[in-house]
Design a protein around this ligand. Structure first.
Ligand code: ADP
Ligand code: AMP
Length: 222
């Protein structure tokens, strides 16, 4: 049975950092809607053109575009063993669509990992975040710096600061996306008994240990 997990939390909580590691170690597809949208913007595709301004302003890209993108992604072979859904669903409409998509394949969400971090910590993390051009590998100027300034350790591409990782946009994303749009989604998953909260304010290694213990329990119980 494939293991499908949703990772929720405010921007900068460390979802992508943990998902990238877990995907490699557990053979799950890391499906990050933000990464997919940034790739579409870089390619200059129609989706990218529609998403670019919304993303730069810290808004949410319309549900129909996101749902179509995920439907295509979940259909690819590497998602067959399971998925780590990072940054999706972010609205009630997306949550309903996800259940239908997984249900049509006889699958269901095994758990929702919620990354808890306070706003002041998020601002510090996002202000120092740097991302590589080629593949979106994530660094932090203080907490996980690259070996050589401005260059990705893994593929040698340039590191850049995301347009939406600036203090004013960070606050907009936190309030509109996390406090407003995500609240009913979180409540929905709480009622379904799927939520597991992680104290994600701790160093990445400690968060990883807690996530590993949780996944081991889920796999053991499956
Ligand atoms: P998200 O995917 O939730 O937006 P990221 O995984 O991109 O968050 O992490 C945001 C920033 O914080 C990155 O620069 C990352 O290197 C750094 N980071 C991630 N987890 C931690 C942690 N536990 N402690 C300190 N910094 C972290
Ligand atoms: P992220 O990389 O997860 O921080 O996402 C970056 C930006 O992409 C967000 O601020 C939104 O503008 C957009 N985005 C990513 N995922 C979604 C989603 N599931 N629904 C709507 N917009 C999204």
């Amino acid at each position: 049975m494939p293991l499908d997990l949703v990772l929720m939390g405010p921007p900068g909580a460390g979802k992508g950092t943990q998902a990238a590691r877990l995907a490699g170690e557990r053979g799950l597809a890391h499906i990050a809607t933000g990464d997919m949208l940034r790739a579409a913007v870089a390619e200059g595709s129609e989706l990218g053109r529609q998403a670019e301004q919304i993303m730069a302003a810290g808004g949410l890209v319309p549900d129909d575009l996101i749902i179509a993108m995920i439907r295509e992604r979940l259909g690819r072979g590497d998602a067959g063993r399971g998925s780590l859904l990072d940054g999706f669903p972010r609205t009630e409409g997306q949550a309903v669509a996800l259940e239908a998509m997984l249900g049509s394949q006889g699958r269901a969400i095994a758990a929702v990992l919620v990354f808890d971090v306070q706003l002041a910590t998020l601002i510090e993390r996002l202000s120092g975040r740097r991302v590589c051009r080629a593949a979106g590998h994530v660094y932090h100027l203080v907490h996980s710096p690259p070996r050589s300034d401005g260059v990705c350790d893994l593929d040698g591409s340039e590191l850049y600061q995301r347009d939406d990782d600036r203090p004013d946009v960070i606050e907009t994303r936190y309030r509109k996306q996390w406090q407003d749009a995500a609240a009913p989604v979180l409540e929905h998953y709480r009622r379904a008994g799927l939520v597991h909260e992680l104290d994600a304010a701790r160093p990445a290694g400690e968060v990883a240990d807690e996530a590993d213990r949780l996944l081991d329990r889920l796999v053991g119980a499956a």
